[in-house]
Design a protein around this ligand. Structure first.
Ligand SMILES: [Zn+2]
Length: 143
Protein backbone atom coordinates (compact mmCIF):
# COMPACT_ATOMS: atom_id res chain seq x y z
CA UNK A 1 0.00 0.00 0.00
CA UNK A 2 2.14 2.94 -1.15
CA UNK A 3 1.22 6.07 0.79
CA UNK A 4 2.09 9.63 -0.12
CA UNK A 5 3.52 12.03 2.44
CA UNK A 6 0.44 14.17 1.67
CA UNK A 7 -1.85 11.45 2.99
CA UNK A 8 -4.56 12.69 5.37
CA UNK A 9 -5.70 10.39 8.14
CA UNK A 10 -9.31 10.82 9.30
CA UNK A 11 -10.27 9.55 12.72
CA UNK A 12 -13.88 9.52 13.91
CA UNK A 13 -14.18 11.20 17.33
CA UNK A 14 -15.77 8.05 18.76
CA UNK A 15 -12.78 6.00 17.59
CA UNK A 16 -10.39 8.49 19.18
CA UNK A 17 -11.85 7.48 22.55
CA UNK A 18 -11.03 3.84 21.74
CA UNK A 19 -7.45 4.70 20.80
CA UNK A 20 -6.81 6.70 23.96
CA UNK A 21 -8.49 4.05 26.17
CA UNK A 22 -6.09 1.45 24.75
CA UNK A 23 -3.14 3.74 25.57
CA UNK A 24 -4.42 4.38 29.10
CA UNK A 25 -4.96 0.67 29.74
CA UNK A 26 -1.38 -0.16 28.70
CA UNK A 27 0.34 2.66 30.64
CA UNK A 28 3.01 2.88 31.96
CA UNK A 29 4.05 0.55 29.12
CA UNK A 30 3.73 1.42 25.48
CA UNK A 31 0.43 0.42 23.94
CA UNK A 32 0.27 -1.09 20.48
CA UNK A 33 -2.78 -1.74 18.33
CA UNK A 34 -3.68 -2.42 14.73
CA UNK A 35 -5.64 0.19 12.81
CA UNK A 36 -8.29 -0.80 10.30
CA UNK A 37 -10.00 1.33 7.74
CA UNK A 38 -10.07 2.13 4.09
CA UNK A 39 -7.74 3.91 1.72
CA UNK A 40 -9.36 6.41 -0.64
CA UNK A 41 -6.75 8.07 -2.83
CA UNK A 42 -4.63 10.14 -0.47
CA UNK A 43 -7.11 9.77 2.40
CA UNK A 44 -7.06 7.05 5.03
CA UNK A 45 -10.33 6.69 6.94
CA UNK A 46 -9.84 4.88 10.22
CA UNK A 47 -12.77 2.68 11.24
CA UNK A 48 -11.34 0.22 13.77
CA UNK A 49 -8.58 -0.18 16.33
CA UNK A 50 -7.77 -3.45 18.05
CA UNK A 51 -5.13 -3.71 20.80
CA UNK A 52 -2.21 -6.11 20.61
CA UNK A 53 -0.09 -7.31 23.52
CA UNK A 54 3.17 -5.39 23.72
CA UNK A 55 5.47 -8.38 24.09
CA UNK A 56 8.39 -6.03 24.81
CA UNK A 57 6.52 -4.97 27.99
CA UNK A 58 8.45 -1.72 28.07
CA UNK A 59 7.77 1.96 28.59
CA UNK A 60 9.96 3.03 25.68
CA UNK A 61 9.40 0.43 22.96
CA UNK A 62 7.00 -2.13 21.68
CA UNK A 63 7.12 -5.47 19.91
CA UNK A 64 4.33 -7.48 18.36
CA UNK A 65 3.91 -11.22 18.25
CA UNK A 66 3.45 -12.20 14.58
CA UNK A 67 0.67 -14.69 15.34
CA UNK A 68 -1.27 -12.12 17.35
CA UNK A 69 -0.87 -9.65 14.50
CA UNK A 70 -2.08 -12.24 11.95
CA UNK A 71 -5.21 -12.88 14.04
CA UNK A 72 -6.05 -9.17 14.28
CA UNK A 73 -5.41 -8.63 10.59
CA UNK A 74 -7.71 -11.55 9.73
CA UNK A 75 -10.39 -10.15 12.05
CA UNK A 76 -10.19 -6.82 10.25
CA UNK A 77 -10.58 -8.51 6.87
CA UNK A 78 -13.49 -10.61 8.14
CA UNK A 79 -15.18 -7.34 9.13
CA UNK A 80 -14.62 -5.92 5.64
CA UNK A 81 -11.83 -3.58 6.72
CA UNK A 82 -8.26 -3.30 5.59
CA UNK A 83 -5.20 -3.14 7.78
CA UNK A 84 -3.91 0.42 7.41
CA UNK A 85 -1.33 0.70 10.16
CA UNK A 86 -0.53 0.81 13.86
CA UNK A 87 -1.21 2.87 16.93
CA UNK A 88 1.45 2.97 19.61
CA UNK A 89 1.95 5.19 22.62
CA UNK A 90 4.78 7.12 24.21
CA UNK A 91 3.67 7.29 27.84
CA UNK A 92 5.07 10.38 29.53
CA UNK A 93 6.68 11.49 26.32
CA UNK A 94 5.99 13.35 23.09
CA UNK A 95 3.96 11.95 20.16
CA UNK A 96 7.01 12.04 17.91
CA UNK A 97 8.89 9.10 16.42
CA UNK A 98 11.79 7.82 18.48
CA UNK A 99 15.02 6.76 16.84
CA UNK A 100 13.94 3.11 17.02
CA UNK A 101 10.60 4.10 15.45
CA UNK A 102 12.52 5.70 12.59
CA UNK A 103 14.69 2.64 12.19
CA UNK A 104 12.18 -0.16 12.69
CA UNK A 105 8.57 0.80 11.96
CA UNK A 106 6.92 -0.89 9.01
CA UNK A 107 6.91 1.04 5.79
CA UNK A 108 3.88 1.83 3.61
CA UNK A 109 1.42 2.11 6.43
CA UNK A 110 0.11 4.69 8.87
CA UNK A 111 1.58 5.07 12.34
CA UNK A 112 -0.44 6.96 14.92
CA UNK A 113 1.63 7.91 17.95
CA UNK A 114 -0.06 8.93 21.19
CA UNK A 115 2.06 10.97 23.57
CA UNK A 116 1.45 11.99 27.15
CA UNK A 117 -1.12 10.13 29.17
CA UNK A 118 -2.13 8.37 31.25
CA UNK A 119 -5.44 10.27 30.96
CA UNK A 120 -4.77 12.94 28.37
CA UNK A 121 -3.14 11.88 25.11
CA UNK A 122 -2.02 13.88 22.13
CA UNK A 123 -2.23 11.99 18.86
CA UNK A 124 -0.26 12.54 15.67
CA UNK A 125 -0.13 10.54 12.45
CA UNK A 126 2.90 9.59 10.41
CA UNK A 127 3.33 7.81 7.13
CA UNK A 128 6.20 5.42 6.86
CA UNK A 129 7.30 5.73 3.28
CA UNK A 130 10.41 4.47 1.60
CA UNK A 131 12.54 7.38 2.78
CA UNK A 132 11.43 7.41 6.38
CA UNK A 133 8.68 8.63 8.63
CA UNK A 134 6.83 11.78 7.67
CA UNK A 135 4.22 13.61 9.73
CA UNK A 136 0.96 13.67 7.88
CA UNK A 137 -2.41 15.35 8.28
CA UNK A 138 -4.45 14.09 11.23
CA UNK A 139 -8.11 15.06 11.21
CA UNK A 140 -11.10 14.31 13.39
CA UNK A 141 -14.59 14.07 12.08
CA UNK A 142 -17.14 15.28 12.71
CA UNK A 143 -14.96 18.36 13.19
ZN1 LIG B 1 7.48 5.05 19.28
Amino acid sequence: MPLAASTAVYCPRELRRVLTAICTAAAPFEAVAVLGGRLDGTQVHLTACMPLPNVAGAADRFAVDPTAFAHREAALRAAGRAFVGFLHSHPGNRPSPSQSDRDELWRDCVHVIAGGGPHHWRLRAFVAARHGLRATHWRYWPR
